[in-house]
Design a protein around this ligand. Structure first.
Ligand code: C5J
Length: 231
């Protein structure tokens, strides 16, 4: 398809859709819906809904452009053998990881709460990475999947901005990927952390990556002859 030039901070970045991937982080019921992991930690989960419309647009654009789309889910084996005691025992949540809640066992693979929300459900064939940690590269085969496909640029989005999105961007950056974060495709339970998290990515000449938004990404793709404007 050729090069798409996306306006971003700290400067515009050109990507080739054939060598780029969308990495949609943890858009799971456990984080976005009442009764899941996010709410057990005392958060207002409705705040994360802010990212859903732009994520839908991004999925539509990426699929139309033939880009690789990867989804991640944070969660653990039913026997919790991959969950560090330091994570299981952390804080004073209303329910702990593995406890039974209204959407099944909290943050456990295969439970209803662990699944991706209906609006952003993976299309057939799109890889879904089950990760035990915050970063999508830790203890997963994400790096192999990306390098086998010769991917060099990631559009990283999802929730939450300063936790799993940030950790994944940092991991990806250290592994040599160019990471672009669309601001409106991410959200946090803490709006101020969202804002500062984005600034941290693009500061110092793009120390971790680039920050853009769906309007600018859509405009960049629409500028191509193959025009892929998001409706
Ligand atoms: C958190 C995540 N916040 N997906 N996970 O625990 O950001």
């Amino acid at each position: 398809m050729g090069s798409v030039v996306i306006d971003a901070a700290p400067q515009a970045i050109a990507l080739d859709p054939a060598h780029s991937a969308v990495v949609m982080i943890d858009m799971q019921r456990d984080f976005l819906e009442p009764g899941g992991f996010g709410e057990t930690l005392g958060n207002d989960v409705s705040l994360l809904q802010a990212a859903v419309p732009a994520c839908k647009d991004l999925l539509k654009l990426a699929r139309a452009a033939g880009m690789l789309v990867i989804h991640t889910r944070e969660g653990h084996r039913p026997d919790l053998s991959d969950a560090p005691p330091a994570k299981l025992q952390r804080g004073a949540p209303s329910l702990r990881i593995g406890d039974r809640g209204p959407m099944g066992r909290i943050l456990v693979r295969g439970e209803p709460g662990h699944d991706i929300i209906a609006e952003l459900y993976p299309a057939p064939g799109e890889p879904v990475i089950d990760k035990p940690g915050k970063g999508a590269f830790h203890a997963t085969d994400l790096y192999s999947i990306l390098t086998n496909r010769r991917i060099d640029t990631l559009i990283v989005c999802g929730v939450t901005t300063e936790v799993c999105v940030h950790t994944t961007v940092r991991e990806g950056n250290d592994r040599g990927f160019r990471c672009i974060v669309p601001s409106d495709c991410c959200a946090s339970y803490f709006p101020e952390f969202h804002q500062v998290g984005l600034k941290m990515i693009s500061a110092q000449g793009g120390i971790f990556g680039w920050v853009s938004d769906m309007a600018r990404i859509s405009a960049a793709f629409a500028a191509l002859p193959e025009a892929l404007a998001v409706a």
